[in-house]
Design a protein around this ligand. Structure first.
Ligand code: ZN
Ligand code: ZN
Ligand code: FE
Length: 764
């Protein structure tokens, strides 16, 4: 210690910031440092990774270059700050130093990572001992989050505990110079998990390579197969075989909701969809999400894959098994979650056979257990960027920064639909994977497991539990039953806060939260809100005009009900009656309900889209949430925005609150449909009219309240036509617009917003 460094040698400290923990960064640094004959150490700390490296100047410089220019695949290096340390230490070699946990939610395990190029090369190499091995992995790739049972993250703490490594595997695992140094799921054909093919009753009919060959055979001949993947089971079918896809729909009980496709490579993806740079980046990233992109005319895919929709959901193989399967079949495969309609995805073998057996011809299984189920993530690509719709496998449990640190550990339990939970401690929050719609008992059970697991994994013992204002959400009831301190957060405030949080902001902003609905402060259902908000609170400064929600939940499933409601507001009872009878024989009862005192009222923007979709004849009933709005947007997108008419919206200031009344717009929609205008033109006119009204209201309110930033959130802002029009209009007048990128605008982001609000509250 303290000696002057030998001539020509130096010791440098590298402070590395970015996404550098849980991504194999320390072994990576170690390998390079050892290869360069450097001494010193690498360790994780509260700010990222700290390296001290000592040796010849050239070698130290080379380490700096490698860290900056070719970090491990999952790492994102934002900054490397280097300082020279006076005097050499003369350490005995280079070490990975274990780090104590600091006051942040430390996630000991990374996200699940798609098979890396080096592993794929071995799979393809007939002379490699892992040739065609479906469970190959290394430090840079493989399952992580889905196989970890508890902390610390080492092999006994994972579902690989039952597999004793063979000699060669153990040697790799312990060799710091090897690509598989401390790769917890390391395995080979001699010692690791094995494939097996079961019939629909669960009896094994083939194993290993034979199982794979059989599955390829039956898939290309039109069978439906349950395939055990990384975060759960998929139902697979030949995506070019209309009969197979129709059978899959019928058996799964899924009418129209689009299926995702797994394609072999980028070339195959490009033959199906238009993909820009952002879409390709997302598609090929090691996180391997499903990317929604506009399909090419004449794309060779069965019509039943995404009926009536202009987009297809594509993903690339992300496990070695997927690679072998897709390469073997040589065509796009439907890979949809292995469940019946709204149940959670199956992930346990016996349960999978019980639940999926009746839907499939065979089940492709393996004996590496999945500890926590994790659905595929979904991004939408449009206009040169991508937007997160479902943040799950490949993204969870990656931590995110809180705009203000939480002084007490928190658990935010989200809303009801598309539920996620988020834990937070210090300056870090960790959103969970997608859990699902809590109305279903099985999803609620999954919610309990996920919550417990995430808290344990991140070392968070919550002192405060944050929940939605809605008293009937199961997440709210769960929070209130815990017996801990609770904080209720208004739904749309949470939406706006989720957008603030992902941009590292605290506000104030003008938040525009448009969604299906959420409980308002006044006990009515909100969903078309203008909130002057920061993380500390909000004021409702504007909203859509409230109308009846006839039949509550039934109005969500049956858009014709909202058509009747809005028609009544626009053109009166008689004309609405005439329209209603044409849509559904129960229209007279609904009309009576609409005019009754005490009927549930809503300002929902989502229901306004439903109403217009029903009026233009898209559909009177939906088979999944948001279907009518998605199809209305698709129709509007066929008309260039500048060619669309702009239907009028009434705007009035009532008691200091701006109220936007779309009734005149509905009147114009009805009139143009009556004149025989094409539905696409009417759909585009509706989008343009709404965007114009929302933008001018936002400009007015921002000026009135002295803010220069507008945040767009809520599920309705998944609508690209609307988002682009509003964003464009606001940007042109010099307002800054925050839109979602990494957090879903829908209710999947609610727990993130709740956590940010509660963190701010913890400081008061
Ligand atoms: Zn690998
Ligand atoms: Zn082995
Ligand atoms: Fe919402």
């Amino acid at each position: 210690m303290g000696e002057t460094a030998a001539k020509g040698t130096e010791r440098r400290r590298l402070r590395v910031r970015g996404t550098v923990q849980g991504v194999g960064f320390r072994p990576f640094v170690y390998r390079h440092a050892v290869a360069l004959s450097l001494t010193g150490f690498v360790r994780n700390d509260a700010e990222g990774v700290l390296i001290e490296a000592e040796g010849p100047q050239q070698a130290v410089a080379e380490l700096c270059r490698v860290v900056l220019e070719c970090p491990p695949p999952l790492a994102r290096v934002d900054e490397v700050h280097t300082t020279t340390v006076a005097g050499g230490r003369g350490d005995d070699g280079f070490r990975i130093v274990e780090s104590a946990r600091h006051g942040v939610a430390a996630v000991p395990v990374s996200v699940d990572v798609a098979t890396c190029a080096a592993c794929l090369a071995e799979v393809d190499d007939p002379s490699d001992r892992r040739h065609r091995y479906p469970f190959i992995n290394c430090t840079d790739c493989g399952p992580r989050y889905t196989i970890v049972r508890g902390v610390p993250y080492d092999r006994p703490g994972t579902t690989m505990a039952g597999f004793a490594m063979c000699g060669p595997c153990r040697a790799e695992y312990h060799d710091p110079a090897d690509r598989r140094f401390h790769a917890q799921p390391n395995a080979c054909p001699a010692c690791g998990p094995r494939l097996r093919l079961a019939d629909a009753a669960g009896a094994v009919v083939a194993e290993g390579d034979a199982a794979l060959d059989r599955v390829v055979q039956v898939l290309v001949s039109g069978s439906i197969v349950a395939v055990k993947g990384v975060g759960g089971y998929h139902l697979a079918a030949d995506g070019t075989d209309g009969g197979a896809v129709a059978r899959l729909r019928r058996r799964k009980g899924r009418d129209d909701k689009p299926f995702a496709l797994m394609v072999a490579d980028v070339a195959q993806a490009r033959r199906l969809c238009h993909l820009d740079v952002a879409a390709l980046d997302a598609l090929t990233s090691p996180r391997r999400p499903i990317v929604l992109a506009v399909r090419r005319t004449g794309a060779l895919v069965a019509e039943g894959v995404a009926p009536g929709l202009p987009e297809l959901g594509l993903m690339l193989p992300y496990s070695p098994l997927h690679h072998l399967l897709v390469a073997g079949c040589g065509r796009p495969l439907v890979m949809t979650s292995g469940n019946l309609t709204d149940d959670p995805i199956a992930h346990l073998d016996e349960d999978a056979v019980a639940r999926l057996g009746p839907l499939v011809d065979v089940v492709l299984q393996h004996d590496r257990p999945i500890h926590i189920r994790c659905d595929d993530s979904v991004l939408r690509s449009a206009g040169g960027r991508v937007q997160m719709l479902r943040r799950s496998r490949g993204y969870a449990p990656e931590p995110m920064h809180l705009p203000v640190a939480a002084l007490r550990p928190l658990l935010a339990v989200g809303a009801e639909l598309k539920n996620t939970v988020t834990v937070a401690k210090g300056s870090t929050m960790v959103p969970s994977h997608h859990i699902g719609d809590l109305g279903h008992l099985a999803a609620y059970t999954s919610f309990l497991q996920a919550t417990e697991h995430l808290c344990r994994l991140c070392g968070v013992e919550p002192e405060v539990v944050v929940h939605d204002l809605h008293p009937e959400y199961l997440s709210t009831k769960f929070a209130l039953d815990l017996g801990l301190e609770t904080l209720a957060v208004q739904h749309h405030h949470a939406h706006v806060a989720s957008c603030l949080a992902e941009h590292g902001r605290t506000g104030p902003v003008l938040g525009i939260a448009f969604d299906g609905h959420g409980m308002g402060n006044d006990g009515t259902l909100w969903g078309g809100e203008f909130l002057l908000a920061d993380l500390g609170g909000f004021e409702r400064v504007g909203h859509l005009a409230p109308v009846a929600l006839p039949g509550g939940a039934a109005a969500v499933r049956e858009p014709w009900r909202m058509a009747v409601t809005w028609a009544c507001a626009a053109v009166g009872r008689d004309a609405a009656g005439a329209l209603g009878r044409h849509l559904d024989p129960r229209a007279p009862q609904v009309l009576a309900l609409v005019e009754r005192d005490g009927v549930l009222r809503t300002t929902s923007a989502g229901r306004l889209f439903d109403a217009v979709a029903a009026i233009v004849g898209i559909r009177s009933r939906v088979s999944y949430e948001g279907q009518a709005a998605i199809e209305l947007e698709a129709l509007a997108a066929t008309v260039p925005p500048e060619d669309a008419v702009r239907y009028p919206v009434d705007v009035a200031m009532t008691d200091g609150v701006l109220v936007l009344d779309p009734a005149p717009m509905i009147g114009a929609v009805l009139a143009d449909m009556g004149r025989g205008h094409p539905p696409a033109a009417v759909a585009a006119g509706f989008h343009r009219g709404l965007a114009a009204a929302v933008s001018s209201a936002a400009v007015d309110l921002a000026g009135r309240h002295g803010v220069d930033t507008v945040a767009l959130s809520g599920g309705v802002f998944q609508n690209v036509v609307l988002t682009r029009a509003v964003e464009g209009a606001l940007t042109r007048v010099g307002l800054e617009v925050l839109v979602h990128r990494h957090v879903p605008p829908n209710d999947g982001g609610i727990s993130v917003g709740q956590a940010a609000i509660a963190a701010a509250a913890s400081r008061r």
